[in-house]
Design a protein around this ligand. Structure first.
Ligand code: PLP
Length: 393
């Protein structure tokens, strides 16, 4: 087969990310590439920082997108704030808490694990017990929105506990940013990272991060250099700060940053509160439809993510066949389970631009028709009405 231009199929993305990218963002990507040290690019970098401050609800000066995906934002937080010999309380209630543990250990630090069942939110009581039992701990790390299970944890309470026990907090907001209430300054979060491919509905490959004054102080007081050259914030800041004279550090992904600028601008135009409310409303419609069919969630009501709906696969159904038929027959992507939930759940995303009524109806109608054709024990003919009623009464 001769290799020709790659033309991807047009899909509706309702998995755990990436989400549907808005045409405005796609057209921003196609604008002419300019030099990354061009003065007009520098002006755009300033605007990206300020728009990110809005998205994170923070005045933190050290707020910028790392030129790599969410995992690099995670490593940026751990590599800059940890030194060998430190102790970190790491909460795990899904896949990504486990990745935090890896990061801690690779920094030569010790991870004290606080475990909760997958699907449950992080239990603040268990966290307080661990903080009490480990006065040597200097950091509390947890995932705000656990994408592998669909559980939302109480970041405000957890960060307050961290400060009460003299710890800094590292918060994973890869899936929560722009989809669920998140207030970096009000909740006194010290270090936070996210990803562009989820509720920001931008292309994958960038990781917004933000660091409080306290966190910056900790970085300044390090005894050893940050072991990662690329992620060392002291060097990255020289590039991203106007005061640093924009000294060359690496070549920024110029066009991806145009896209991020546009998606953040769209968020600002919509308004953060409206974006959070839209995710909640579409989740309400999807939930009503799924439950009417007889499909249930694994996370309990009250700690469920609107943007990531993790639901139990009907008995006797080959889940991979369902996903394949949705993809090939309806151009619809939903996600499989991860880790211990693989084969047991589907993860249905309603992230950013994907959180709309058309997607909800497409998902319910196509899932129902595929499941019915496969002989699943579901109620048919009721899901769309239930979703419609949940939205419009
Ligand atoms: N943390 C969470 C909660 C995530 O959902 C993900 C990705 O899905 C990551 C971290 C890693 O992000 P990336 O895949 O962009 O490296």
């Amino acid at each position: 087969m001769p290799i020709t231009t790659f033309n991807p199929p047009v899909r509706t993305l309702m998995g755990p990310g990436p989400s549907d990218v808005h045409p405005r963002v796609l057209s921003a990507l196609a604008r002419p590439t300019i030099g990354h040290l061009d003065p007009s690019f520098g002006q755009m970098m300033e605007e990206v920082k300020s728009l990110l401050q809005y998205a994170f609800q923070t005045d933190n000066q050290l707020t910028l997108p790392v030129s790599a995906p969410g995992s690099a934002g995670m490593e940026t937080c751990f590599a800059n704030l940890l030194e060998a010999g430190d102790t970190v309380i790491v909460c795990q209630n899904g896949v990504f808490g486990g990745r935090m543990k890896e990061n801690v250990e690779r920094c030569g630090a010790t991870a004290i694990m606080v475990e909760d069942d997958w699907g449950q939110a992080v239990d603040p009581q268990k966290v307080e017990d661990a903080l009490k039992a480990h006065p040597e701990a200097s950091i509390l790390a947890f995932v705000h929105a656990e994408t592998s299970t669909g559980a939302l944890s109480d970041a405000k309470t957890l960060c307050a506990l961290a400060h009460q026990y003299d710890c800094l907090s590292i918060v994973d907001a890869v899936t929560s940013l722009a989809g669920s209430e998140l207030r970096v300054d009000d909740w006194a979060i010290d270090a936070i990272y996210s990803g562009t491919q989820k509720c920001l509905s931008c292309v994958p490959g960038l990781s917004p991060v933000s660091f409080s004054e306290r966190a910056q102080e900790r970085i300044k007081q390090r005894k050893e250099r940050v072991q990662s050259w690329f992620l060392d914030l002291n060097l990255v800041m020289g590039y991203w700060s106007r005061d640093g004279g924009r000294s060359y550090h690496h070549t920024a992904p110029v066009n991806s940053l145009y896209a991020l600028h546009e998606s953040l601008l769209m968020l600002k135009e919509e308004g953060l509160n409206n974006a959070w409310a839209r995710h909640q409303q579409q989740h309400g419609a999807l939930k009503a439809g799924l439950e009417a069919m007889g499909i249930n969630f694994i996370a309990p009501e009250g700690s469920r993510l609107p943007q990531l709906n993790t639901v139990i696969i009907p008995t006797g159904i080959d889940e991979a066949v369902v996903r394949k038929r949705l993809l090939y027959d309806y151009d619809l992507e939903i996600g499989a389970g991860l880790g211990t939930l693989a084969g047991k759940v589907w993860r249905i995303g309603l992230m950013g631009n994907s959180a709309n009524a058309t997607n909800v109806m497409l998902c319910l109608a196509s899932l129902e028709s595929v499941l019915d054709a496969m002989g699943a024990d579901i109620k048919t003919g009721v899901a769309l009405n239930a979703a419609q009623k949940a939205t419009f009464g």
